[in-house]
Each structure stands twice: as C-alpha cells, then as structure tokens.
Design a protein around this ligand. Sequence first.
Ligand SMILES: CCCCCCCCCCCCCC(=O)SCCNC(=O)CCNC(=O)[C@H](O)C(C)(C)COP(=O)(O)OP(=O)(O)OC[C@H]1O[C@@H](n2cnc3c(N)ncnc32)[C@H](O)[C@@H]1OP(=O)(O)O
Length: 226
Amino acid sequence: MSRPETDSPGAGMEFTLEDISDEEIMRRRALYEPFTDSVRDLIDAVIRTEVDDATVRQAQAEIAGVVQRLRTQQMDGAYGVRYTADKKGMAWGNAVIGLRNAIAPPLVLRPGDDGGVVTDATLGAAYEGPSGLVHGGVCAMLFDHVLGEAASVDGIPCFTGTISVRYLRPTPLGPIRIDAAISGRDGRKKIVRGTLSGPDGVTAEAEGIFIVPREFEGQAFSSWVS
Ligand SMILES: CCCCCCCCCCCCCC(=O)SCCNC(=O)CCNC(=O)[C@H](O)C(C)(C)COP(=O)(O)OP(=O)(O)OC[C@H]1O[C@@H](n2cnc3c(N)ncnc32)[C@H](O)[C@@H]1OP(=O)(O)O
C-alpha cells in the first residue's frame, strides 16, 4: 500500500496526512482494537501455555498461516504518526499507546488534576523482568511516553532530551498507574516529573527534559486518538 501525503520536517520525523472522517476512524478502531487485543492475548498465552508439544507445533503452523495471509497486503515501512485534516493525531503503531501494536499495553491517557496526565494499566506476563515484577526497561519506556505526553499538553509533540528514573522499590506485575506533569518551562524545553505506582504506592519516580524540536514548532495536534 502506498503512503498518504507526508510532511517531512526532518529525517525520521514525518507526520502523515490521512484525511479520513470521524466515522472512518471509528470504523477502523472497531476493527483493529479487538484484532490487536487478540494478539495481546496470544502473546500472554504463548508465554504461559503448558499444553503438549504437538499442540504447540500445531498452533505455530496456524499462526504462521495467519501471518502469511496478513503479509499479502502490507504498508511500506512502519505505521508512522498520522493526522486528519482537523489535526487529530493517530499513533496507532506506537510502542506504548498504539491501537494496532500488540506490544503496547496500550496506555490510555487522561488529564490529571494538576494540569498533567494520568494513566492506569495492567501489566501482565509480557512485561516481566525479575520474577513477578515489571521489567525496569518497561518502566522507563512507559515513563518516557507518559512524561512526553505531559510535556505536549499544548498539542505540539515534544521529544525526550534526557530522562532519569529512580527505582524506589520493585513494581509487581498487575495494575499500575502513572502520573506526570510539567514542573518547569524554559523556551522549547519542558521539565516533567512523574511517578509510577502499584497497589501499595509509588515504586519509581522519573524526571525528564522534553524539547519541542525546532521543526515541530507551529505543528500542533488538536487531539490524540488512541
Ligand atoms: C493534544 C495532542 C497531544 C499530542 C501528544 C503528542 C504525544 C507525544 C509524546 C511523545 C513522547 C515520546 C517520547 C519519545 O520517545 S521521543 C524519541 C526519543 N528522543 C529522541 O529521539 C530525541 C533525539 N534528539 C533530538 O531530536 C534533538 O537532539 C532534540 C529535539 C532533543 C533537541 O534538538 P534541538 O536542535 O531542537 O535542540 P537545540 O540544540 O536547539 O537545543 C535547545 C535547548 O535544548 C537543550 N537540549 C538539547 N538537547 C538536549 C538533551 N538531549 N537533553 C537535555 N537538553 C537538551 C539545549 O541545551 C538547549 O537548551 P538552552 O541552551 O537553550 O537552554
């Protein structure tokens, strides 16, 4: 499939105009959300299955068949960040929020009380590092995105310049919550702080410097469809 029209503010930083209606967005969501959820279930089932060898081999053949069918028509490259004519952003391939990315939990963000953002999610077996605990790299990845969205409150996407994470205690697999908000601004730079919490309270804290790339100035999205 060829790509729709692309703005190219810089190498690897393209946004793609895909002029589709809200109805078409809803149609695609209704199609791909359960599809991706099934693949998430598959990942979890593969990690945790205890069926016999023959059943594993049969399942592998069936999955390979599905992959072959999907490969008969593929877009060039990754999904990218797309936007509609009224500047609704769609990052459906994103590793953290992507509606079509089974690797993403996916996080769904909402406004926080402090002008920042908050998200709740459940991290299962696919996110394990130490036994029964969330992988530290996963925590850092989720912080990176959530703090980035908190930095992007005015609609202009910010890039991570620097981020540091302080792991206070282990984060158990299961329900988590991340809160993030801007704590300082200096021109195109924003300082953002956030916390990751499990059922027993805060397990990690992060602070980052997020920067509006010069090429993005004036390219605000009106909302983010995840
Ligand atoms: C409603 C709709 C919402 C939309 C939601 C969108 C969600 C998006 C969420 C996405 C979240 C996903 C998150 C991701 O995954 S983003 C992906 C991971 N990050 C990157 O790949 C970034 C790669 N780096 C770059 O692109 C550039 O270096 C950037 C853009 C960062 C700066 O390049 P630029 O050429 O623009 O910078 P400048 O040289 O003019 O310097 C400007 C100022 O910045 C200071 N500085 C520079 N670099 C750093 C640094 N590394 N740390 C700290 N500070 C730094 C510098 O000293 C100067 O300060 P001052 O001297 O003026 O004081």
